[in-house]
Design a protein around this ligand. Structure first.
Ligand SMILES: Nc1ncnc2c1ncn2[C@@H]1O[C@H](COP(=O)(O)OP(=O)(O)O)[C@@H](O)[C@H]1O
Ligand SMILES: Cc1ncc(C[n+]2csc(CCOP(=O)(O)OP(=O)(O)O)c2C)c(N)n1
Ligand SMILES: [Mg+2]
Length: 307
């Protein structure tokens, strides 16, 4: 067998599949049994842009590749079902990196409740990952970015600011606070909460990947509304407060604009009781943009690949 096919056989040996997988890896394409409308999303992760081998283990990178993609499925109010992963890496990369990466992929797939149903391998100068995730709506409508209405509550579920704090720690050559670094190496996605929010009546939803203010701005733009964020309602994790104090930074900067949180942000009608684990952080207004404590925000709103 060629080295490539041997590797594929190793990577796909012993995978477990959900009940909606008719055919997994090994053929030209996988076959899934849909439950209602299907949602599909893709994100690439590039070495030295999204992760560094010196900062994250292969296992953590495998987990992150799945987590950041499934997070978009959650944000549509869907139940994650399957992922396919394209993996390109240098010919001389230690094969151990690839097998550890795959262990991380399999671990996160189990946490997220998805089946790995296919992929692709290629050689390349740097490690590049392309992940596509699918989810089922089971008869529910998708929760888009376009449904927020003035008067709605704005709420989040998940951790804000920790991943960006961890990035700063790593950039400065440190390894602690450990909880922040772990969040950067692989964000904690609130799996299952997308469907919970949808069933609770969420009117719009997004996963926070580029920074809370920037991502809430997408809801404003597509819903034709404004959002007023109340900073007093935001949770600032203890270790983030310590990092901010030690580096002379405003902890709110991490929480409002850090990015890679993969928390869910959603809007709910005013009369709805928020599901457990969701924190109200603001209100949808009749305006047209995101404001903070009633004022325009002059700081960074988040990550831009091409700025
Ligand atoms: N190269 C592309 N071709 C087609 N659609 C794209 C492309 N890049 C991004 N999009 C679409 O633009 C929207 C915003 O993309 P992005 O900011 O990456 O969203 P997210 O933060 O949810 O990953 C998504 O609906 C995505 O599918
Ligand atoms: C080596 C390295 N440098 C910088 C970052 C920070 N960073 C990279 S991408 C990104 C934003 C999220 O990525 P993106 O590709 O925009 O995801 P999407 O919004 O499409 O889900 C951030 C904060 C990082 N994680 N690793
Ligand atoms: Mg994207």
């Amino acid at each position: 067998m060629s080295a490539e096919f041997e590797m594929i056989a190793e990577l796909t040996d012993g995978l477990a599949f959900g009940s909606d997988v008719r055919l997994g890896p090994g053929d030209d394409a996988a076959v899934l049994v849909p439950r209602g409308d299907i949602v599909i999303t893709t994100d690439v992760l590039i070495e030295n842009v999204h992760f560094k081998r010196a900062w994250s283990s292969a296992f953590q990178t495998g987990r992150k590749a799945v987590a950041v993609n499934v997070s978009d499925i959650e944000a549509m109010g869907a139940e994650p079902s399957a992922v396919v992963i394209g993996l390109a890496f240098p010919r001389n990369l230690d094969r151990r990196w690839v097998s550890d990466f795959q262990e991380g992929v399999v671990e996160e797939c189990a946490r997220a409740g998805v089946s790995l149903v296919g992929g692709d391998l290629s050689s390349s100068a740097h490690i590049a990952l392309g992940v596509t995730a699918l989810g089922n709506l089971s008869g529910r409508p998708a929760v888009t970015r376009a449904g927020a209405r003035a008067g709605d509550q704005v709420a989040v579920c998940g951790r804000l600011g920790c991943s960006a704090g961890g990035l700063l720690v790593l950039q400065r050559g440190f390894g602690s606070p450990k909880d922040l670094v772990l969040e950067q190496q692989c964000p904690t996605v609130p799996y299952g909460q997308g469907k919970v929010a949808a069933e609770a009546g969420a009117t719009a939803m997004i996963d926070v990947s580029d920074g809370l203010l920037q991502d809430l701005g997408h809801i404003c733009e597509l819903s034709g509304v404004g959002i007023d964020v109340r900073t007093g309602a935001l949770k600032i994790h203890d270790s983030l407060a310590r990092l901010a104090a030690a580096t002379g930074k405003d902890p709110l900067g991490f929480v409002l604009a850090g990015g890679e949180d993969h928390a869910l942000a959603a809007t709910f009608p005013a009369e709805v009781g928020l599901p457990q684990g969701w924190l109200r952080i603001g209100t949808v207004t009749a305006g047209a943009e995101v404001i903070v404590d009633g004022m325009p925000w002059t700081g960074s709103v988040g990550w831009d690949h091409f700025a």
